[in-house]
Design a protein. Structure first.
Length: 319
């Protein structure tokens, strides 16, 4: 197929491009580098099956020639308030990517009769009141809260995608992505893994907020991409959770990182700064992914961390 990937220079978008090229497709990457990095796709510069357009998907976009599939991954995604690339500091751009960007991509999909896949997020569930989270759960989200620019952009994008499917017959699918890690992720992302792994590699004590009882479920990027590609190749139209269902507390996670990396500095506890920016629990119910896609994660935490460490060392000047 000839496939357009928006957000191609991002963490997930660049890995997706790699996988689609490996599968034998022609890939058109699109990114405006507001959060993505040219370094993430530099290795594809000489690949004859890859082309790139520097574009803002929030504006009118045009791709010459037939497009068989569109994967919309363009959006700021970092929850770090201190990061210039985080959605707290790019609120309008984030909402435009979810609303206008999705609308523009769906317009191409309708015109070209293309398959359309939306990258949504576990954040649409908000701070969940049920556990684990299944696709039937509508979520617990504050539409004017601090996270709303990201959460509601994705919720609107899902609604618009289903509207195009139901009203225009566009062949759509939606992936709800849970916590993912691996090479090429932003070290200043603000989420648990980059924060803790960076400290461990620098030989610093790992900072855990509160008592560390808040939980996350961590999926290695190769597993996630495999699930997304399986969804692309399927005929499923309703949202599908893709993530690792193995839940652990942040304290357990910090202890595991120290053990894997060999960091002897231990752990320090700081006052819990939890706010609406930090859901207390997060775990996907992947029953639908197992049944519809035959997918479940294969890479355990230790192997995933070991595969991620070389990239972090390079970025930290430790390689």
């Amino acid at each position: 197929m000839r496939i357009l990937v928006t957000g191609a220079a991002g963490f997930l978008g660049s890995h997706l491009c790699d996988r689609l090229l490996t599968d034998g497709h022609e890939v058109i990457g699109m990114d405006n580098f507001i959060t993505g990095s040219p370094d993430n796709i530099a290795h594809l510069a000489d690949n004859e099956s890859f082309s790139f357009y520097k574009r803002d998907v929030s504006n009118y976009i045009f791709v010459p020639g037939k497009v068989d599939a569109i994967l919309h991954f363009a959006s700021p995604a970092s929850p770090n308030p201190q990061s210039k690339a985080g959605y707290f500091n790019l609120p309008i751009q984030t909402m435009k990517a979810g609303a206008l960007g999705t609308h523009n991509c769906l317009g191409i999909a309708r015109r070209e009769s293309s398959r359309f896949l939306l990258a949504s997020t576990s954040e649409i569930y908000g701070d969940p009141e049920i556990h684990p989270q299944s696709e039937s759960y509508p979520g617990n989200v504050d539409p004017i809260g601090e996270r709303a620019v990201y959460d509601e952009a994705k919720r609107f994008a899902e609604s618009l995608t289903m509207a195009y499917h139901r009203f225009h017959g566009v062949n759509t699918s939606i992936v709800r992505i849970f916590n993912t890690y691996g090479p090429r992720m932003d070290l200043e992302d603000g989420r648990a893994l980059p924060n803790l792994l960076k400290q461990a590699l620098l030989g610093q004590p790992l900072t855990v907020y509160g008592d560390g009882s808040q939980t996350r479920s961590f999926c290695f990027v190769d597993d996630l991409i495999d699930g997304i590609v399986r969804l692309l190749y399927s005929e499923e139209h309703f949202p599908v959770n893709i993530g690792n269902p193995i839940e652990m507390s942040i304290l357990q996670f910090a202890e595991a990182i120290n053990k894997i990396v060999g960091n002897k500095a231990g752990i320090v506890f700081e006052e819990n700064s939890r706010s609406v920016r930090d859901p207390q629990r997060r775990q996907p119910d992947i029953t639908r992914a197992r049944e519809i896609l035959g997918w479940e994660p294969k890479i355990d935490l230790e192997e995933g961390i070991r595969r991620t460490v070389p990239f972090f060392k390079q970025k930290l000047g430790l390689a």
